[in-house]
Write a protein that binds this ligand. Structure first.
Ligand code: NAG
Ligand code: NAG
Ligand code: NAG
Ligand code: NAG
Length: 498
């Protein structure tokens, strides 16, 4: 009993139908447990490939006519994947749809797989005696082929193995002369004088058996070696691409410190193999001279000048305007028949009286030579104030109104002057009105006329001592340039007259 169970072998047969060259599209029919075979140790066993038990699928004779072949595999514990059955072992023998094990031993236990495979090998490749013939070479046939030779000596089987790597190459038809892709006939190499110039030559070298193909550069029909000039150096050629034996190779020529004389030389790239020779000249052209430095400098200087002028204008615009006025400004006396340049209106008996009579008057009259009309000084005694005021305002080109808490109070001379000025201005007169705020005044306390005038006119603020020095520019910001025509009376405050 013990012997029996020990010698009992159990094998199952798995069967897989595969209809492809590779294992991409295999149909697995699963495990056929009825096919399990029991055999006593040392006895003969045979496995039947169950694929043929379905006549509708395949009959064995059919496989003989088509490119189908039956293959046996085995799952072993030592390998992850199933291994092909080694039919060279004397114990294993394939006979039609049967696999014989004679005799079976304990190592033969396991899972057996039978596979029907479409085998292109049988159509395009054939074993003829000791030779393997490939009738029609195809990409899948590339790879390592192994040849095992075994023989008997002194009753022992000996063997040796050789590997042959098979690659696919293009057919040996058509011209096999090297083709120079670069320099192409219409190609122009741009070079920079004084720089290191790199010329690249690309050659298509068709596949030829066991043959050295050469690529080289010549300068005036001299190779780099013949020229022996250290400025010229050619690198080893490099393989750019490989396509079934056809090669695309590149060879680079470096010329250091490229000179104008080099431009006259003939740079040719040549290639040779046993089938022929090709050469192509590289057409060189210098880069148009771009004086980067000079151009940059010029641009820089221009920009700097522009910036300087911009700054000068912004800092000294006032002086510039005055200068302009003194040089080109027309003397207003000849443009109309008015008597005064400026009429100054102010509140009498107030702080600003002092300001008007000394500071404002002095600057306008003495510094800038305007003819100034100050009613109290210039009017002749005896006349009607109202008529005289209207006449004087009418005789002036500008009305400067000094606005302060005391000014423009109802019934005063100042209000009369303001009204006269506004009336003249509104009725298309050529009078220009300028408001100077001598002291901060709350808007609410202004008379209606002043509030209206403020909407249309610029108000210039007198800032006391801060405005006093002639060089003061503090008031520039307060000037709202809203007229088109403007002229500046330089005074400790800016007065814009339009
Ligand atoms: C296979 O070829 C044999 C002759 O070689 C022929 O008698 C048989 O009918 C063919 N079978 C098929 C399925 O083509
Ligand atoms: C190279 O030679 C072949 C055949 O002689 C020719 O067809 C091809 O145009 C040549 N190419 C160049 C770049 O000279
Ligand atoms: C270039 O030089 C070789 C000898 O080195 C000569 O056989 C060939 O004719 C020359 N080719 C030209 C275009 O001068
Ligand atoms: C250089 O190549 C041109 C063709 O581009 C050829 O006409 C000329 O003869 C070649 N020169 C040499 C020296 O090989």
């Amino acid at each position: 009993e013990a012997v029996f169970s020990a010698s009992l072998l159990q094998s199952s047969v798995l069967f897989v139908l595969c209809l492809c060259v590779s294992d991409i599209q295999c149909h697995d029919w699963g495990v056929w447990s009825e096919g399990s075979v029991r055999v006593y140790d040392g006895e003969v066993a045979y496995l039947y490939c169950p694929l043929f038990s379905y006549p509708t699928l395949y009959s064995y004779s059919q496989t003989q006519n088509s490119s189908l072949s039956l293959l046996w595999y085995r799952h072993t514990h030592t390998h992850e994947l199933e291994q092909p059955i080694n039919l060279k072992l004397h114990t294993l023998h394939k006979d039609r749809e049967y696999l014989w094990i004679q005799p079976a031993s304990a190592q033969d236990a396991g899972l057996y797989i039978c596979m029907l495979r479409y085998d292109l090998f049988r159509r395009d490749r054939e074993l003829k005696g000791d030779d393997l013939v490939i009738y029609r070479m195809m990409e899948p046939y590339t790879g390592l082929y192994t040849c095992v030779v075994s023989y008997q000596m002194n009753g022992r089987t000996l063997q040796f193995t050789r590997n042959i790597n098979v690659i696919a190459v293009v057919p040996d038809v058509g011209s096999k002369v090297p083709i120079i892709l670069n320099p192409a006939s219409d190609q122009i190499y741009t070079v920079t004088l004084g720089d290191t110039v790199t010329l690249s030559c690309r050659v298509h070298l068709p596949h030829l058996y066991e043959e050295k193909q050469h690529i080289w550069w010549t300068i005036d029909n001299k190779t780099v070696e013949q020229l022996a000039d250290p400025r010229f150096s050619a690198l080893e050629d490099t393989l750019v691409s490989y396509d079934y034996g056809d090669e695309l190779k590149e060879r680079v020529l470096n010329v250091m410190d490229f000179s104008a004389d080099d431009l006259q030389r003939e740079f040719n790239c040549s290639a040779r193999n046993s089938r022929g020779f090709n050469t192509s000249r590289a057409v060189l052209k210098t880069e148009p001279y771009v004086p980067t430095l000079e151009l940059g400098c010029g641009l820089g200087v221009t920009l700097a000048l522009m910036l300087m002028m911009f700054v000068i204008y912004h800092v000294f615009w006032l002086e510039l305007l005055l200068l302009y006025r003194s040089w080109f400004g027309s003397d207003e006396r000849y443009t109309d028949d008015k008597q005064y340049d400026v009429y100054i209106s102010y509140a009498r008996n107030s702080e600003e009286e002092e300001f008007v009579l000394s500071t404002l008057r002095r600057v306008l009259e003495t510094e800038f030579g305007y003819s100034v009309c100050i009613f109290d000084r210039d009017s002749l005694p005896g006349g009607t104030i109202t008529d005289d005021t209207l006449r004087f305002v009418g005789q002036s080109r500008r009305l400067v109104v000094v606005v302060s808490p005391c000014s423009a109070v109802r019934g005063t001379q100042a209000l009369l002057e303001l009204q006269a000025g506004l009336t003249s201005m509104l009725h298309g007169g050529s009078l220009r009105v300028v408001l100077i705020q001598f002291k901060p005044v709350r808007r609410k306390s202004w008379v209606k006329e002043l509030r209206r005038a403020r909407l249309a006119l610029t108000l210039i603020r007198w800032k006391g001592e801060k405005s006093a020095p002639l060089s003061s520019r503090k008031n520039i910001k307060n000037i709202n340039i809203f007229g088109f025509y403007f002229e500046v009376i330089y005074f400790n405050v800016m007065i814009m007259i339009y």
